[in-house]
Design a protein around this ligand. Structure first.
Ligand SMILES: Cc1ncc(COP(=O)(O)O)c(C=O)c1O
Length: 395
């Protein structure tokens, strides 16, 4: 049978990380530093609400855009945290932040529409834009500028009249977070251009050294342009429950709800109840997890700093360290369009040195590797030791 798939499938890149994950899963000796999720279980009070929802037969379709209580709780949370009042009709609950992003991109991006994508980027953004057949304009961000867009760079890029820009702070993979001073320079440019803005703030609670999260939702002047994305996955160790949301103007929310109602009917009823419990938890509940992550980040960066010729930016947030290993990589031939040196290196490290991590090419940065420190201290120490040995033997 010769299958004739839709042309859009030609644009989609299958996950290159899967091969490494499969190898890591198949070999019990591998130390896995590739995970994009907290290693702790969902807190008991949240699990109990999920169990009660099942026992209470809260197991039917819900409203397509989510249960009213959760939409209201999210609106209140965003109002509280941003200082700008939001209402339930500005919130749609989706099956994870990833789903909220995909719905938003489908609702906004037409064939050929330009989308600004700062690079390094989270792996799924370009693929979602490709599926919508939008045109990506990459905006390379250098380690020297803190992996942040400069105002001059943004201004030049906005001249191309893009429909959408996708921002992510704190950033996966770099760990960089925009400060208020920095946003104060970018926001007037965004406002003036009228571009739609996705701000993915899924790591907003995972910040270190006392740094405070700055949400783009706290800028009233871009309120109508903004789609704020967040969810419960990372903050509450709820990756498998699949609950995230978009917060935007009611007209945008309605369109996202329309897509969702035809594609998935509604988010999972049980998970929505559990997410409601999570969103309503007092902030202090997060303190033990944050303290553990701070210690792990400090140890991870101390150990990576001791690897000769490796460079990195101190991650301000997330649970990733993104480090430049170009000193260990072969030269790229001048005619090479899509180098995969970091993938080769990652495959070698998992096979020969039994440590799994994510190659930078997945994020559009082939000089880099990304480790996750959402792992035990023992695994962090052993894993980075193996990376160090592996790199020394690689060239
Ligand atoms: C930057 C970023 N956005 C969104 C997501 C997706 O989160 P969710 O589990 O809510 O779909 C992830 C998960 O890795 C992420 O790193």
């Amino acid at each position: 049978m010769k299958y004739k798939f839709a042309k859009r499938m030609d644009l989609l890149t299958p996950s290159m990380i899967l091969e490494i994950s499969a190898q890591a899963a198949a070999d019990s000796e591998v130390v896995n530093l590739s995970a994009g999720q907290p290693d702790s279980p969902t807190p008991d009070p949240i699990k109990e609400v999920g169990i009660s929802a099942i026992n209470d037969n809260f197991t039917r379709y819900t409203a397509g855009s989510g249960i009213p209580e959760l939409r209201k709780a999210v609106a209140e949370k965003v109002s509280r945290e941003s200082g700008i009042e939001r209402t339930s009709d500005e919130v749609v609950i989706c099956n994870g932040a990833k789903h909220a992003l995909a719905n938003t991109i489908l609702a906004l991006v037409d064939v050929g529409d330009r989308v600004l994508l700062p690079k390094p980027y989270w792996v799924a953004y370009p693929e979602m834009v490709y599926l919508a057949q939008g045109e990506i304009i990459q905006l390379p961000m250098a380690q020297e500028t803190g992996f942040r867009l400069t105002p001059a760079q943004l201004e030049a890029a906005l001249a191309a009249d893009p429909k959408l820009i996708i921002l992510n702070s704190p950033s996966n993979p770099t760990g960089a977070a925009y400060s208020r001073e920095h946003y104060d320079l970018l926001v007037p440019l965004l406002k003036e251009s009228g571009v739609m803005i996705i701000s993915d703030e899924i790591y907003d609670k995972l910040l270190y050294d006392g740094i405070e999260h700055v949400s783009l939702a706290s800028y009233p002047e871009i309120r109508d342009q903004l789609i704020l994305i967040n969810g419960v996955s990372k903050t509450y160790s709820m990756t498998g429950w699949r609950i995230g949301w978009a917060v935007a103007h009611p007209e945008v929310i309605k369109k996202i709800g329309n897509i969702q109602s035809q594609m998935t009917s509604s988010p999972c009823s049980i998970s929505q109840k559990a997410a409601l419990e999570a969103v309503n938890q007092p902030a202090e509940e997060l303190t033990p997890m944050l303290e553990a992550f701070q210690q792990r980040r400090d140890r991870a960066v101390e150990l990576i700093a001791a690897i000769p010729e490796v460079e990195f930016l101190l991650p301000e947030g997330t649970f990733y360290v993104f480090f430049d290993v170009s000193a260990y990589l072969p030269e790229v031939p001048p005619d090479e369009q899509n180098p995969i040196r970091s993938l080769d290196l990652a495959k070698y490290l998992v096979k020969e040195h039994k440590v799994a991590l994510v190659p930078g090419m997945a994020f559009g940065a082939d000089n880099h590797l990304r480790i996750s420190f959402a792992a035990s201290m023992e695994d962090i120490e052993e894993g980075i030791k193996r990376i160090k040995e592996g790199l020394a033997a690689y060239r």
